[in-house]
Design a binder for this molecule. Sequence first.
Ligand code: MN3
Length: 212
Amino acid sequence: MDTIKLKELTYNYKALCPLISDTTLEFHHDKHLASYVEKLNTAIQKEGIGDKTLVEVLASLDTLTPENATAIRNNGGGVFNHNFYFTGMTAATTTQPSKLVEDKITKDFGSIQAFKAAFKAAGMAQFGSGWAWLVQNGDKLEIITTANQDTPIELGLCPILTMDVWEHAYYLDYQNMRDNYIDAYLQLIDWNMVEKRMTVKPDCCSESCCGK
Ligand code: MN3
């Protein structure tokens, strides 16, 4: 794996205002994500990852040497999860689920509204730091949560959407009111990206983790 670079945001810091402030986004991307990138690069240098991709590494954490495994799990997950989170939001708050997306979500959750309610409930129920995910598990869509910087990749699930519920994702804007942050997040979902991840081989995802 080559040295990981800090992936630039596809929108500017003010793009998600007022739902997510430029201050939050700037700290979240330039400080938090940048720190994961730096620490991951240190860890993969020590480990000697060869030509594996980050997704391949995250899918086979049990093959890492014990002294580097925790750093690669935490920082590799931190890089993957944040890039996936940032690219799943859009400044164009008018994006709506396409017919294809709506049909798939309705099949497994009943409706878009029911999906949003279940996704919010999952985010609220995650104790401490972690993530809520929409994932593809075979033919079925499911909502799961992961703690810390754990990923669905290591569970063999294909991620479609993620929501950061670490306090740093919302504390500057919403203090302890995670529910208000989640309501804001649900308005920022890039449904075009959701469709892309459902239909095209996801940019995140190895063939094995998609089960294809
Ligand atoms: Mn975060």
